[in-house]
Design a protein around this ligand. Sequence first.
Ligand code: FAD
Length: 414
Amino acid sequence: MSTLIYWFKNDLRLIDNPALLEACNRADRLLPIYIHLPQAAHVFGFPREGFHRKAFLRESLKDLRVQLRALGSDLLEYAGEPADILAQLAQDTHANAVYCERIEAPEEIRRSQEILGRGITLQEFWQSSMLSPDSLPFTAQDMPDMFTQFRKKVEYAGLKFSPPVIAPSKIPALPELAQIPLMQSSQELDNSMHQFLGGERNALEHLKQYLARRLPDTYKETRNQLIGQDYSSKFSPYLALGCVSARTIVAKLDVYEQTHGANDGIYWLWFELLWRDYFRFLHFKYGIQLYREAGLSGTPISKGGYQHFESWRTGSTGKSLIDAGMRELLKTGYLSNRMRQIVASYWIYDLQGDWRLGAAWFESQLIDYDVYSNQGNWLYLAGLGTDPRGGRRFNIAKQEQDHDPRGEYQRLWL
Ligand code: FAD
């Protein structure tokens, strides 16, 4: 008799979750769990997981629980160090192994090592990218450093996505309930007001309406706008928690293209999702080097800018475009790609701030916080990543002229 634990991480879904499918196929009894990590406050005092992120996570967990219960199972939530919790649960349930997705970032790798160090069998599956790493026409170590080279090789090889897998049709029964005290489950906590509703079913609904309204057709023209729901896809919060997989999105886009014909907007969405994969695969190649102050450059740059952090963070620098952006982030947990670039550039180049502190603030606030994309984009803007052209300094006056000439965005958030 095989008892397995399924540890949900940033894959809060049933559809296209190969790790979960495999666990369901192998187990006689399965314990689905989620672990809230101990999040020490950042050294500057703000929580690593801010209000909006927490709310979006709560909804996503709640939706997952409802779906698991409909299949005769459940989702149990714990809080603490995964190695401690898993060791205790494995002992209580006599589980043979823990199945979960693999996250290729330093903290997550360290945690996996701790779990293995406790003698627990850990089966990790890579499943958060659109392209399968095995299908790439190069090994991780030979991956082209520059995005354009990477994209060209992918396009030349004709790679678009790996087909998604189906949801498990049934979930094995729960083992005898664990003795470790459960955390109060997400469904019992208050809901908060914010513009995105978390969870797999909301993600699929969002994708459906986005396609039904033919928004991919205009994506290329609208994607740099700043105001509203429709100028960009808003897939990112769902992708970040894995409420929907990138492969499911591109598989639906493929059907859309077959139905309505190819266009630049569809290509451009795929192109942006390829950036997401690129930052993931860079982690296979460079790992912890992407987290150093000097990034991939040999030279540590000694920046501080800490005295300006409070005014940047709260949107009170006196520079109205920047303040509008930082207030949008603070109030909603979301910011357009264009505004992310502008406020990050302002932090790094105008305020001479430490890029890692800027990245930490984004981590705390963004409901679509994704370790690979956040780290990758910040490093790229700071000119410490793989881009040979150096940093990306944005001319704020020009950005204002190009993207908010009538000041509507600034009026909205100030
Ligand atoms: P769309 O424009 O509709 O793009 C479709 C999808 O493509 C996105 O959902 C996303 O998955 C992917 N994508 C688009 N642009 C990028 C990009 N530059 N890098 C990686 N993937 C991309 N994105 C995150 O998901 N999480 C982060 O933590 C994050 N941090 C960022 C930090 C900085 C400083 C910058 C400049 C960008 C960051 N991004 C991050 C990338 C990008 O801003 C968001 O993915 C995008 O704005 C999300 O909105 P959307 O889903 O409507 O995007």
